[in-house]
Design a protein. Structure first.
Length: 160
């Protein structure tokens, strides 16, 4: 999880497609996101930028949010009730944090994006590994492979 108030943090803004839901989040300009293959994320193409709750501010649209829970009910999936976009939510993996959909960040503040796979299809074992790494004091961004694909500001890796 990105740590609040890191010296390299910038203020990112973003929101849903129709603009009713708007937020801002403090995170590094060079972000690392997780690409989860669980049943929900695989279908939506969600790229997780997980931050502490104190780094996230909902600016507008709280009244437009619709919640969806399944399986254990821990994750609180929040969608804009107008356009249906999930721009952020409270993840099962980090119930004390916020997962921002990096694809919903406004252009201009992200300098680079590295993508790390997360095996959400095998959630229990993947979460156990994540917990072990966090217990060793490693942040999510410390785990990136130097060969991890990097995306440009438009979300393209340049690979076909």
């Amino acid at each position: 999880m990105a740590r609040a108030g890191e010296s390299s943090d910038v203020l990112h803004r973003g929101g849903c497609h129709c603009g009713r839901v708007r937020f801002e989040v403090e995170a590094p300009a060079a972000i690392e996101v997780s690409d989860c293959n669980c049943s929900m994320c695989r279908r939506s193409g969600y790229l997780h930028l997980i931050v502490p709750k104190e780094s996230f501010r909902l600016l507008s649209g709280e009244d437009a949010l619709v919640s969806y829970r399944f399986n254990t009910g821990v994750a609180q999936h929040l969608f804009c009730g107008t356009c249906g976009v999930k721009s952020f939510y409270v993840p099962r993996s980090h119930p004390d944090g916020i997962s921002v959909n990096a694809r919903c960040l406004d252009p201009g503040s992200v300098t680079s994006t590295s993508v790390r796979p997360f095996d959400g299809a095998n959630w229990e074992s993947a979460r156990a590994e994540l917990a072990r790494e966090e217990a060793r004091g490693r942040r999510i961004s410390d785990r990136a492979s130097p060969d991890a694909p990097r995306l440009d500001e438009e979300g393209s890796s340049g690979q076909k």
